[in-house]
Design a protein around this ligand. Structure first.
Ligand code: COA
Length: 164
């Protein structure tokens, strides 16, 4: 739990990737893990020796309880420890997530990426996600207006491409 929280917080004070200035707490992450478990949604971790080097999860894209029409679409989060970037951890986590999503009957995966996060945009594009929207100025951090980049992929196609 502590290591997931640490990775989650790592870039909070130096980048606008996460649109909050408040650090996540272990208690908050523990409560979220419980909710993910109850709802059958995955939280995957990548471990090297005894260190958690990344984690990934997915949830509703929009509220599918109130609007069930969204129930086949998910939005994911993925975070790899900086020292481990470029070692295939993100790809492996996405493979696990996509396989879980396919098994759960999901059809579309959406990445909602901060417009300054060129690394994440490049990573998702490399995996075949297509940029479908760039929403100017919908976010703000440290008084700076931020764009949101929405990228999407068909779940079945993603599983097939990551299995190759
Ligand atoms: C984005 C992130 C998850 C990528 O994870 P990673 O473990 O470094 O990615 P991988 O090493 O598995 O790379 C997978 C592919 O993406 C490509 N890729 C990754 N980063 C890239 C970059 N900055 N530019 C171009 N391509 C990139 C790799 O070349 C690789 O291609 P290949 O498998 O065909 O060789 C990681 O950088 C990260 O956690 N960033 C900070 C948190 C974040 O931004 N999360 C996403 C929020 S939407």
């Amino acid at each position: 739990m502590g290591q997931i929280t640490e990775i989650y917080n790592a870039l909070l004070e130096t980048t606008t990737y996460e649109w909050t200035e408040t650090r996540h707490t272990v208690e908050e992450v523990a409560a979220w893990l419980g909710r993910q478990q109850e709802s059958g949604r995955p939280v995957l971790v990548a471990v090297e020796v005894d260190e958690v080097v990344g984690w990934a999860s997915y949830g509703d894209f929009r509220d599918s309880t109130r609007r069930p029409g969204y129930r086949f679409t998910i939005e994911h989060s993925i975070h790899v420890r900086e020292g481990w970037w470029g070692h295939g951890i993100g790809r492996a986590l996405m493979r696990g997530l996509a396989e879980h999503a396919l098994g759960a009957g999901k059809r579309v995966m959406v990445a909602a990426v901060d417009g300054t996060n060129e690394r994440s945009v490049a990573f998702h594009a490399r995996l075949g996600f297509v940029e479908v929207a760039r929403m100017p100025g919908v976010g703000e951090k440290w008084g700076q207006r931020l764009d949101l980049v929405l990228m999407q992929h068909d779940v079945g196609q993603l599983v097939a491409s990551l299995a190759r």
